[in-house]
Design a binder for this molecule. Structure first.
Ligand SMILES: Cc1cc2nc3c(=O)[nH]c(=O)nc-3n(C[C@H](O)[C@H](O)[C@H](O)COP(=O)(O)O)c2cc1C
Length: 359
């Protein structure tokens, strides 16, 4: 049977998603300075709830050491719980699956007073065993907080150049201990973190991981062969979904010889108990059909979800397309994008009026 975006889909943890559409995690810098929830962030996500099967938050820092930007959402201590509970309750009540992304920036955590990474850089020191034990503990505590707040699940952010990617990368990780060298060692921090979270939460709480399976814009030591092994190991931990961060959700790896789509390759590598989610350039009906045909289970969108809060409804129409960029503040404000989020979007090339020009 041909998959449709409107299909209900069941996760291994027993949750049923109302459709195959996910709002990708989108940093929006709308939280209060102490990481507590701001109304702008609540309204932005609630406007998408009830439309997307999955509504995922922005990357939320699990510790002060991992915090990367002002206005970032926090899940690092109990002062964050009240806002997170309000957010999870709101998303759940509208019938979407509520997912919070758990984040540590590693050497990108510019607000940290003591940043760590796999191998020392100009900005961060090499993490000791003790550091890595605290990182795992912080993720476990954050996951438990998410469960207490009422989220349906967490996604460990293992993608986009942050702490876990800094360990997985063949070029950034130069360690010779059990966290460096083989792919098993380079992915140890991520896999151990996931395992420890699974041990501490209820079996109905959904645990998921986002990875960058391959290099996208430039080379940074991520290759398909490693991604296959890592996906298999993560699947072995009993997670619900692997969320791939890609440039083209239906395309091949930009720097590799294999011309098959990355999704197809990862889909074939792991059990169908684990759902494959991917984001990367999906805008319209044709993009969705193509992505589902390559084996994708759940279609994740970032930019399309910014400009069209009820995108999953519109994309069922073969004639639908997104408004052309650059988008105006008026348009985005009609989609519950606050002035602060609009300001942040200016840094993305060609996306909004008054922002950086299209490269
Ligand atoms: C404004 C903005 C903020 C983002 N923030 C996050 C984030 O917090 N966590 C994350 O994993 N990816 C983040 N991403 C990447 C998106 O989740 C997504 O992978 C990317 O936008 C590609 O999908 P698209 O082509 O549908 O926009 C962000 C992207 C944008 C444009």
């Amino acid at each position: 049977m041909v998959k449709q975006i409107t299909d209900e889909i069941e996760l291994s943890s027993g949750h049923i998603l109302s459709n195959r559409a996910a709002l990708a995690p989108l940093t929006n810098k709308q939280s209060n300075l102490d990481g507590t929830l701001h109304d702008d962030e609540y309204h932005w996500l609630l406007a998408r709830s009830g439309h997307f099967g999955i509504v995922e938050t922005c990357a939320a820092y699990v510790s002060a050491q991992g915090k990367a930007w002002e206005g970032q959402l926090g899940i690092a201590n109990n002062s964050h719980l009240e806002g997170l509970t309000k957010l999870a309750t709101g998303i759940n009540q509208k019938g979407s699956f509520s997912l919070i992304q758990l984040y540590h920036g590693g050497d990108r955590a510019v607000l940290s007073t003591d940043p760590i990474t796999s191998s020392a850089t100009d900005f961060a020191r090499e993490a000791t065993y003790e550091d890595l034990e605290s990182v795992k503990r912080d993720f476990v505590q954050a996951a438990k907080r998410a469960e207490q707040a009422g989220f349906n699940g967490v996604e460990v952010h293992g993608a986009n150049g942050y702490l876990f990617t800094q360990f997985i990368s063949r070029t950034l990780n130069l360690r010779s201990d059990e966290y460096g060298g083989s792919v098993e060692n380079r992915s140890r921090l991520l896999v151990d973190t996931v395992r420890q979270i699974k041990e501490e939460v209820n079996s109905s709480f959904s645990v998921n991981v986002r990875i960058s399976p391959v290099d996208t814009w430039s080379r940074s030591g991520l290759i398909l062969e490693d991604a296959i092994q890592i996906s298999k190991r993560l699947a072995g931990e009993g997670i619900d979904m692997i969320h791939l961060s890609l440039r083209d959700a239906s395309g091949p790896a930009p720097f590799e010889a294999d011309t098959r789509s990355v999704v197809e390759i990862i889909r074939e590598s792991v059990s169908t108990d684990v759902k494959i989610v991917a984001a990367g350039g999906i805008k319209n009906y044709t993009d969705v059909s193509k992505a589902l045909a390559t084996g994708l289970d759940i279609v994740s969108v970032g930019r399309a979800g910014i400009v069209q809060a009820d995108w999953p409804f519109h994309v069922q129409d073969p004639n639908f397309d997104l408004p052309t960029i650059p988008w105006s503040q008026e348009l985005l404000s009609s989609q519950a994008v606050s002035p602060r989020f609009y300001e942040y979007l200016k840094k993305f090339s060609g996306l909004v009026e008054g922002g950086n020009p299209l490269r």
